[in-house]
Ligand binder design. Structure first.
Ligand code: PGA
Length: 274
């Protein structure tokens, strides 16, 4: 049996155990974007592996493509998992610069980000492209973390619900067969890397809205998990974690330094936090 299959079995077992207790693992993910060196990657992962993490937390690192083999080697027997930041919508062929879902699976990726707002804004990724990427990932057993979020103008004009609905519905088409295997990351564009964060009331209202759109016609347990992302740090993570329908975090800046990332894990490990 291949290592990947063994890992999947172990994870499925852990998942079943948590589910039997009426819980699902809470996700803490770090998106490194185009940052870090090979040396920094190794030092970060080494220290992270020495950190005590409660079993109800799933820690995921999204390093740049060239460092995936480092993650594969170093996280081999660890509970920390990893994924890529993007995936091609095609299977294979003459697509210079692209990386396929099969290649990600070969590198042991359990997850991949799809449609981060930076990909949508700078590389013209539409919700349809994002859906095709996510669907390709699923085909190869890689869990897509589909990012959605509105701009400041859309928030201010009140059009944000319509915008989110369009993004969610495109994602939901992909996830409809396997909703529990897809993850949605709500990241208001105006909160990413800005230090500006929505109020708890806004996060609560938006996550409830996303949940309701996703859950329409489904059983409660049969719904994608919804992460929050945008200026999350060790000071605000506990309060946001208490919001209903926040099932974890996608962290940018505060996930680049192992100390600050560990601090976030520490906050979420405190008794009664989750
Ligand atoms: P941030 O980024 O935590 O630096 O705001 C989040 C993200 O882009 O995923």
């Amino acid at each position: 049996m291949e290592r990947r299959e063994i890992e999947q079995l172990v994870r499925a077992h852990m998942g079943q155990k948590l589910e039997a207790e009426g819980k699902r693992a809470y996700i803490v993910a770090a998106n490194w974007k185009m940052n870090m060196s090979a040396k920094e990657t190794r030092a970060f992962l080494r220290e992270l592996c020495d950190t005590k993490v409660p079993e109800y937390l799933d820690i995921i690192i999204f390093p740049p493509f060239p460092y995936l083999p480092d993650a594969q080697k170093m996280l081999r027997y660890e509970t920390v998992t990893y994924g890529a930041q993007d995936v091609a919508e095609q299977d294979k062929g003459a697509y210079t610069g692209e990386v396929s879902a099969a290649m990600l699976a070969d590198c042991g990726c359990s997850y991949v980000l799809a449609g981060h707002s930076e990909r949508r804004a700078y590389y013209g990724e539409t919700s349809d492209i994002v859906a095709r990427k996510a669907s390709k990932a699923l085909e190869y057993g890689v869990v897509p973390v589909i990012c959605i979020g509105e701009t400041l103008e859309e928030r201010r004009s009140g059009a944000y619900k319509e915008v989110l609905k369009g993004q969610i519905e495109a994602a939901a088409k992909v996830c409809k067969e396997k909703p529990a295997q897809c993850i949605i990351a709500y990241e208001p564009v105006w909160a990413i890397g800005t230090g500006v964060i929505p109020t708890i009331k806004e996060i609560e209202e938006t996550h409830r809205y996303i949940h309701d759109v996703l859950a329409a016609g489904r059983d409660a347990g049969d719904c994608s998990r919804i992460l929050y992302g945008g200026s999350v740090n060790a000071n605000n993570v506990k309060e946001i974690a208490s919001v209903p329908h926040v099932d974890g975090f996608l962290i940018g800046g505060a996930g680049l330094k192992v100390e600050s990332f560990k601090n976030i894990i520490k906050q979420l490990s405190l008794d009664g936090c989750l």
